[in-house]
Design a protein around this ligand. Structure first.
Ligand code: NAI
Length: 387
């Protein structure tokens, strides 16, 4: 099978590698020759390392690299069964590429976007045949992250969804089906992990080192929210937060943090700029957390209650099935446990109690409990099974 990938940046290069490793021929296109050269060079480096670690042999490494053609002409996509677009996050530019592509590929070719924040329906609307368009959202780095969200738009034909899912499953990825709504599954449900952590910091309730300690030591999350924001970069993480919030018609549940915005504006982007919530410069000391169990549990349960509420609301609004929501958060952002199961274990009525207390105290609809959570608490049903 021949796969087209548009955009040879971080995501496009990773997606091309995944497809080639699964035996597909890949055509990788970029308007910038330097990006194509860099992509080929970095794949060569990755493959050399995998050979050194004896994860692939030389023959396989050569085959993976030779299956990818680096091209600067869209006409090369004429034989592709599926084309995945991963250019800059700009709707007009994406639409223009898809329109050019539609004149080149066969009527059966599936056209997909790796967009994180644009609606698939809006991209599909640029096409003569919008039914062939779907979202296929990989996580960074694509070769290592198992999860892929498959996002049919309102206009996507069912056969296209089935075919896209089958192809990505065959590449060894864990696929989940998500509704075409802001943030899809992961980028929607994960919002409070960051926002509620910064809000507690803003309130003076605790400091980044202590909040990170609570989430890691008591919650068993791999990284604390502040470490993770510093790693992702405040420019990237803040923009996702603001995009989800504005697309949700300014629902206070998704309201981002002014503190994070100021850090972005100040260029304190995290690890990549040497400073974020923590100082990564030479000789800087990492602050010590206050490891008080009671405070730690309060922090953990406040963030968890917000996350579980988001997962419950995603079930309520049919963003995805409960099973796919659990898979998305464990495989897409490495949460130690599915949030619905976690809510059941803590007790749905306990989660509701935390949210209602916060709602009463702050008078802020940010803490509005999902109707699904309230209903399950009222009749003693499980969030995971609804029974
Ligand atoms: P990037 O900036 O690393 O790469 C974009 C590439 O597209 C560049 O090489 C650029 O030369 C090329 N390009 C720009 N306009 C083009 C055009 N008209 N035709 C062909 N190539 C063009 O961006 P990145 O991070 O790889 O993101 C790409 C897409 O993937 C975006 O839609 C982004 O929202 C999405 N995404 C990004 C993730 C991330 O963590 N970086 C995660 C999941 C999705």
């Amino acid at each position: 099978m021949e796969i087209g990938v548009i955009g040879a940046g971080a995501m496009g290069s990773g997606i091309a590698q995944v497809a080639s490793q699964s035996g597909c021929r890949v055509v990788l296109y970029d308007t910038n020759q330097a990006a194509l050269d860099k992509s080929a060079a970095s794949l060569e480096k990755v493959m050399r390392r995998l050979v050194e670690k004896e994860r692939v042999d030389i023959k396989e490494s050569n085959a993976i690299q030779s299956r990818i053609s680096y091209v600067n002409n869209l006409q090369e996509f004429s034989g592709c069964a599926l084309v995945i677009e991963a250019i800059v996050e700009n709707a007009d530019m994406k639409k223009s590429v898809f329109q050019q592509l539609e004149n080149i590929v066969s009527p059966q070719t599936i056209l997909a976007s790796n967009t994180s924040s644009l609606s698939i329906a809006s991209l599909a609307s640029a096409l003569t045949f919008p039914g062939r368009m779907i979202g296929i959202h990989f996580f960074n780095p694509a070769p290592l992250m198992p999860l892929v969200e498959i996002i049919p738009a309102i206009s996507t034909e069912a056969v296209v969804t089935d075919a896209a899912k089958t192809i990505i499953d065959d590449w060894g990825k864990v696929t989940v089906l998500a509704k075409d709504t802001p943030g899809f599954i992961v980028n929607r449900i994960a919002r409070p992990y960051y926002a509620e952590a910064v809000k507690m910091y803003d309130e003076g309730l605790s400091d980044p080192a202590t909040i990170d300690w609570a989430m890691k030591s008591l919650g068993l999350f791999k990284m604390g929210p502040f470490e993770l924001m510093d790693l992702i970069g405040h420019d990237v993480n803040y923009v996702v937060a603001e995009t989800v919030w504005t697309q949700m018609y300014y629902d206070p549940r998704y309201r981002p943090s002014l503190t994070q915005k100021r850090m972005m504006e100040a260029g304190l982007l995290g690890r990549k700029s040497g400073r974020g919530f923590y100082d990564y410069r030479e000789g800087a000391e990492k602050p010590e957390p206050t490891t008080d169990q009671t405070t730690g549990e309060m922090i953990l349960h406040r963030i968890l209650a917000m996350l579980i509420n988001e997962a419950a609301d995603a079930v309520f609004l049919n963003v995805a099935s409960p099973k796919d929501i659990e898979l998305a958060m464990t495989k897409g952002v490495n949460y130690p446990k599915g949030l619905l199961q976690w809510g059941d274990e803590i007790g749905v009525e306990n989660i509701l109690g935390i949210l209602d207390d916060l709602h009463a105290r702050f008078g802020d609809d940010r803490y509005r409990a999902s109707a699904y959570l309230r209903d399950c608490a009222a009749v003693g049903h499980s969030l995971l099974t609804g029974k």
